[in-house]
Design a protein around this ligand. Structure first.
Ligand SMILES: Nc1ncnc2c1ncn2[C@@H]1O[C@H](COP(=O)(O)OP(=O)(O)OP(=O)(O)O)[C@@H](O)[C@H]1O
Ligand SMILES: [Mg+2]
Length: 324
């Protein structure tokens, strides 16, 4: 780990003047074990603010990763807090199929979760739980995959239910890691898809894997993919990882990925996790908190191309949308 950044810089120096890398080779070099030409990358991540259509529709942000345990839930929850501090009404939805991540991180045991909504025992508003931190959460359900088995009418009812969340400004969806069709559909239908990785080669390779699948499976023209590098030792370390990923995605997938920013590797994060409180609350001045604040400020300055709203997202989710 210690000299990884230097090793990568060395590889880049060596590669810099080599024209026309063999595609297969360069693509498989995404993890940094070999290397690729990253010169001239534009990783500013800045986009002009675009006017939103209705103005009242929620901006939907998914947070996902290739590899598990790279920081999705921490980013989702703390990003929500940072948005809330900017005056936004934010909901974090736990769409992880496995453990109920978000409520564990917030030390909450909601009585009801998405399962009860799918089963029509509760409305989405009834299961929405306010936290003491100024954000609301929708707890996850381990039976979330049941959505796939719903009938036509049930689906429509569920869409209508979820659409009632549209009166919030931002919905952050913490997805499970890796490639399940639910996760992919969430990503494809969101306004912003945040892909998070750490500088570890395995995490980078898996992140590239999910980006590749998104690019192959969907028309990504109206989707904004944003990369966050978590647990970085330095800005340069993170930038190297992002440069490489963005260049290779551009070169081999013809996909534009924006570098949204990085989060420092910070002992305050596991400490906060142990206390079951967001690190933004435990230590708002720690390096990780400042990093997330920067990420959110950057996101807030950019707008999705068009706000499609939760209903549109869900219609797309169920494969019934226009041109999904
Ligand atoms: N910036 C950071 N600095 C230090 N440690 C971190 C950082 N981000 C995450 N971690 C560590 O990684 C652990 C996993 O983070 P988190 O639960 O957010 O990942 P995840 O991607 O949601 O995992 P899963 O795939 O299991 O849902 C944290 O409990 C913490 O110990
Ligand atoms: Mg998680």
């Amino acid at each position: 780990m210690e000299d990884q950044a230097e090793k990568l810089r060395e590889i880049m120096r060596q590669k810099k003047n080599v024209p026309g890398d063999a595609p297969g080779d360069a693509e498989s070099d995404v993890s940094g074990d070999a290397g690729s030409d990253t010169s001239g990358a534009d990783i500013s991540g800045e986009k002009p603010i675009r006017a939103r259509n209705g103005g009242s529709k929620a901006r939907i942000i998914t947070v996902t990763s290739g590899k598990g345990g790279v920081g999705k839930t921490n980013l989702s929850v703390n990003m929500a807090l940072a948005f809330a501090r900017l005056g936004k009404k934010v909901v974090v939805m736990d769409a992880d199929l496995g453990l109920a991540n978000v409520n564990v991180m917030l030390n909450m045991i909601p009585k009801y979760n998405l399962y009860h909504v799918i089963k029509k025992q509760k409305t989405i508003k009834e299961i929405l739980v306010e936290t003491e931190y100024g954000i609301s959460i929708v707890a996850g359900a381990s039976g979330f995959s049941q959505i796939a088995n719903m009938g036509e009418e049930e689906r429509q009812d569920f869409i209508n239910e979820l659409d009632t969340l549209s009166n919030v400004d931002i919905i952050i969806i913490d997805t499970s890691a890796g490639v399940s069709s639910n996760v992919l559909d969430f990503i494809a239908a969101a306004d912003d898809a945040v892909i998070i990785t750490t500088p570890e080669p395995t995490a980078i390779t898996d992140a590239y894997g999910i980006i590749k699948i998104i690019a192959t499976e969907y028309d990504t023209l109206d989707m904004s993919l944003k990369l966050v590098v978590n647990r970085a030792k330095s800005a340069a370390d993170a930038k190297n990882v992002a440069d490489r990923m963005i260049n290779i995605a551009g070169q081999f997938l013809n996909l534009k990925v924006d570098y949204l920013g990085f989060i420092y590797d910070d002992p305050a994060v596991p400490q906060a996790v142990l206390r079951q409180k967001p690190f933004m609350v435990v230590d708002p001045r720690c390096k990780a908190s400042i990093s997330v604040q920067h990420i959110v400020e950057r996101m807030d300055r950019t707008r999705p191309r068009e706000s499609r709203g939760f209903g549109a997202m869900l219609r797309k989710f169920f494969g019934r949308g226009e041109g999904a």
